[in-house]
Design a protein around this ligand. Structure first.
Ligand SMILES: Cc1cc2nc3c(=O)[nH]c(=O)nc-3n(C[C@H](O)[C@H](O)[C@H](O)COP(=O)(O)OP(=O)(O)OC[C@H]3O[C@@H](n4cnc5c(N)ncnc54)[C@H](O)[C@@H]3O)c2cc1C
Length: 500
């Protein structure tokens, strides 16, 4: 009997356990559903859709060369699947588990209910190390290592033909226009990036990843591909491991860079696990005591200035404008723009996080919302890091190349005043800063600290630690609440970094 293989955030044929499992049982129909209601959600955008379309075209071409096709349908997932069940007689549905946003979570519950009701067996398999259902956080890293070092599933050589129609895809979805400088979707682009990173671009990764200019070339740029699954994290880790064996003992920088890269890849699943375990973290502060700390309705003028790159803080504005035009920012600059929004501008992370989600071509809900909360100080367990945007500009863009490229109105401002043009005597057509950087950082720190001193703070922090914290350091295994609370006490004392 035929089975449906539902392609979601796994748009590839190589290392696709769900496809392999379905094929082992019989003929398969590869399906992808474009859901207009999903594309009306606040965290998605036209650039995501454009990247998706390219990736679907690439997947379809790969299927066609193997004798099959991709059946593309537009509509509600349950209705589409129900129609396909009638058209094919399929009694089995295969897909990968998806750690998506609240909308996809609710949709998957509806699909599960439909499958149960229709007697369809829905087989969902993991495609990365994220674990669904109850699990032991203490053993998470070991489980992850087993998964990523496991066998990569080879792409099938041939598939049976498919005689089903496809719907034409809408030219645009997701509201906002496409982004002219964004990355290109599809398997070929992912493979080319991996190859150029491992053989050339990655050499300076460790040093260059923090700067927005050099980082754009020296980082892997695989994030949108990992987000839509045109390449799997296991494929990337194993290709990197092979390269690590090849460069072992060399001293030109590869060894350190590849080690750093592997640890970033490990963070991916670690952060995604948080959303899998607590889907509410997309909309609620991880540490509940931070609820209500910032105004629920953010100051409109500040929010708009931040989104547009018109805060009067040159390095922040350059980052926000560059992001709008290219769909990407390096990790440190993402942290800085989030930190400035949450601390200096005192904006609620939900509103700013939505804007960034729409701007990042690589929007991955599990990484995104965990990082957004972490950089806003609402997890209650992480280092409170308040970045100083003036210092960051001087450190990461000492000659002002990046700042002037995206803020051309500052072209004539001398280097020493570039990150603080309000101190320059010359004339410049650029907004004054929305806030006083040092004063705003101090006020934010005091407000966050006041919450940390409240009764019951540690108990809640202990809950967050038990559920979500990395167990990387030896000795970080808690058998009871007392140990967990002791750990959070240590964090309170140690973990404040003010970037003044
Ligand atoms: C506020 C904020 C929001 C973010 N939102 C996203 C998002 O929506 N999607 C996304 O993929 N990344 C997100 N990141 C993490 C990180 O900035 C990007 O993964 C990285 O910049 C992507 O570029 P790259 O692929 O060249 O990364 P590389 O440095 O080459 O890293 C390789 C891969 O490792 C993973 N990775 C790297 N850094 C991190 C990290 N800090 N946490 C978790 N995984 C990581 C990503 O999958 C990345 O593609 C966010 C970071 C912050 C501070």
């Amino acid at each position: 009997m035929v089975a449906l293989v539902w392609f979601k955030r796994d748009l590839r044929l190589g290392d696709h356990p769900a496809l392999a499992r379905a094929m082992a049982a019989g003929p398969v129909v590869p399906v992808c559903i474009v859901e207009p209601d999903y594309w009306r959600q606040g965290d998605v955008s036209g650039r995501h859709y454009a990247f998706l379309r390219e990736s679907l075209e690439s997947l379809r071409a790969d299927l066609r060369t193997r004798g099959s096709d991709l059946v593309l349908r537009v509509g509600d997932a349950v209705e589409v699947l129900d129609r396909l069940r009638h058209e094919t007689g399929a009694a089995e549905l295969f897909s990968h588990e998806e750690t998506g946003n609240a909308w996809t979570f609710a949709r998957d519950r509806r699909v599960a209910a439909w499958a149960r009701g229709q007697g369809v067996r829905w087989v969902e398999l993991p495609q990365c190390a994220v674990i669904r259902g109850p699990h032991d956080r203490d053993r998470w890293a070991a489980t992850r290592n087993r998964f990523v070092t496991g066998d990569v599933v080879p792409a099938p050589r041939a598939l049976p033909p498919v005689g089903l129609r496809s719907d034409p895809l809408p030219a645009r979805l997701g509201g906002e226009e496409d982004c002219p400088g964004r990355q290109t979707g599809g398997r070929g682009a992912a493979e080319a990036l991996l190859d150029s990173f491992l053989t050339r671009r990655g050499l300076t990764y460790r040093k260059a990843m923090s700067t927005p200019l050099d980082g754009a070339a020296a980082c892997s740029r695989l994030s949108p591909h990992l987000a839509l699954g045109t390449i799997s994290v296991r494929e990337v880790m194993q290709a990197t491991a092979a390269r690590q064996r090849a460069v072992r003992g060399t001293r030109d920088g590869w060894v350190g860079s590849l080690k750093s890269f592997q640890s970033r890849l490990a963070w991916r699943d670690h952060f995604m696990q948080k959303l899998e375990d607590e889907p509410e973290l997309e909309t609620r502060c991880l540490h509940r005591a931070y609820e209500g700390l910032r105004p629920a309705t953010p100051d409109r003028a500040r929010l708009e200035a931040w989104c547009k790159g018109e805060t009067g803080l040159p390095f922040v504005d350059a980052c926000m404008r560059s992001l709008r035009a290219t769909g990407w920012l390096n990790f440190r600059m993402r942290s800085m723009v989030m930190s400035v929004a949450s601390y200096h501008l005192w904006l609620d992370w939900r509103a700013t996080g939505l804007h960034l989600a729409r701007m990042f071509t690589d929007y991955e809900p599990g990484i995104h919302w965990s990082q957004v909360q972490m950089q806003s100080g609402t997890t209650g367990i992480n280092t409170l890091r308040i970045y100083n945007p003036v210092k960051q500009g001087r450190d990461q863009d000492p000659e002002g190349v990046f700042t002037r490229r995206w803020c051309p109105e500052l072209a004539d401002v001398p280097d020493m005043y570039l990150q603080e043009p309000w101190r320059w005597q010359g004339r410049v057509d650029y907004p004054p800063p929305l806030i006083d950087v040092a004063q705003a950082a101090r006020a934010a720190r005091e407000a966050i600290w006041a919450v940390r001193r409240e009764d019951g703070f540690r108990d809640e922090a202990a809950r967050v630690v038990r559920k979500h914290a990395s167990r990387k350091d030896p000795g970080r295994h808690f058998v009871n609440d007392r140990e967990a609370r002791a750990r959070t006490r240590g964090r309170d004392e140690r973990q404040l970094k003010l970037d003044l």
